[in-house]
Design a protein around this ligand. Sequence first.
Ligand code: GLY
Ligand code: MN
Length: 459
Amino acid sequence: MILRLKLLSLMFLVLSTSGMAYSKPGDLPQDEFERRREIFISELRELNACAIIHSAPEQMRNHDVEYPYRQDSDFFYLTGWSPKHAILVLTPKSGSHDTIEAIFFAPERDIKREVWTGPEKIFTDAMLLPGIDLAFSYDDFFDHLGKLVKGYERLVVSYGNDSQFEEACIRSLAKSYERPPITQEATSLLKAHRMIKSDWEIQALEHAIKITGESLEAAFKKIPTLNFEYEVQAEIEYGFKKRGAQRLGFPSIVGAGKNSCYLHYTGSQGALTPGDIILMDVGAEWDYYSADISRSVPTSGKFSAEQALIYQLVLDAQSAAIATVKPGASFRKPHHTAVQVLTEGLVKLGLLSGEPEELIKEKKYRKFFMHGTSHWLGLDVHDAGGRYDASGTPYILKAGMVLTVEPGIYISQADDVDPKWWNIGIRIEDDVLVTEKGHRVLSASIPKTIAQIEAVMQP
Ligand code: GLY
Ligand code: MN
């Protein structure tokens, strides 16, 4: 089955607006996705390449039970399409305007399945995506594949981590004599686009961060009355759901006492003992964009003397690191700055001994600060890009990039220090947009100083 509806798509584009982006979740500005495809198509044209981008697979959890489905981020980036079993094929042409360059494959209507699932999006809905030239049934993909990729020098592909589709695709292409001689991962090209956020992406991130901040603050108030980590986690995640977040950006990390010292603690059964720190590293996802915020607060509502010293040191390191975020700075600058401040502070507190410069050279700070300070943030909580560009040098920050700044200190019982420091795990994480002139902390309104946290937690 085939449908061609350029005119209809055009009408849709005229009628739809991206203005009221956040009246409800899932209100996606389709023209944004069309623009992304157009930019990617131009890049493919330069490479004499076509592209196949596949949706994420559905994953079985156990018998008859699937994991909740989430679309692959690259696929979503180019389509805004959430349902499974979908393929975007881009076939750049030069010359005439009346060309077929964006082809969508999605399921046909299955009335028997809809008895279980309710109405589902099908390939005729894909025609309404502006800029989609043709729509076919997903089941017909391999009948078209040979023709679609014929004559290109390069095939740019993202299988969406669907190994079954990948194998079928490779098998099918192997039979074709005219397949492109070069194959390249789409992710390596798309990351350059995904690293610079549009105004709409920044709005989506801000909304995810707002939900996360409000939910955290509501949980802070309740923590002194709660007894277990899972209760704190429930308060935060209830706040996300109540505020319309579609899902978590990543599994919540909520650890109290000794559990605050496990960087990605996965439990939730620990007790909240008055006098402990509880570390929360959480993020709501809104329209596929994830927040990533860490706050560490005293379970009783008041920091002990030792906790306050460590907290203030991490906060000073974070403030100094955030201050370095601006266009032209290295992606590694916030980390190096945080390491410098933390190491000097740890020496002052007697937790490390020696010359800070020497301790940094020998990476002795890693005893208490054993992770990086930043990662990109966007559709994925650890968003596309990595630390280094193609030449192996750290990325240079540019306006539109969004990164986390999240130094920490973790002192566990295994550490050979005065026991008064034990079980203090502090991480403070904010989400920072690089602007033309410097930066903007997107999560600036979430309580962070000792005074702010203690004020919020007062009964
Ligand atoms: N939010 C978890 C992390 O950044 O690794
Ligand atoms: Mn993070």
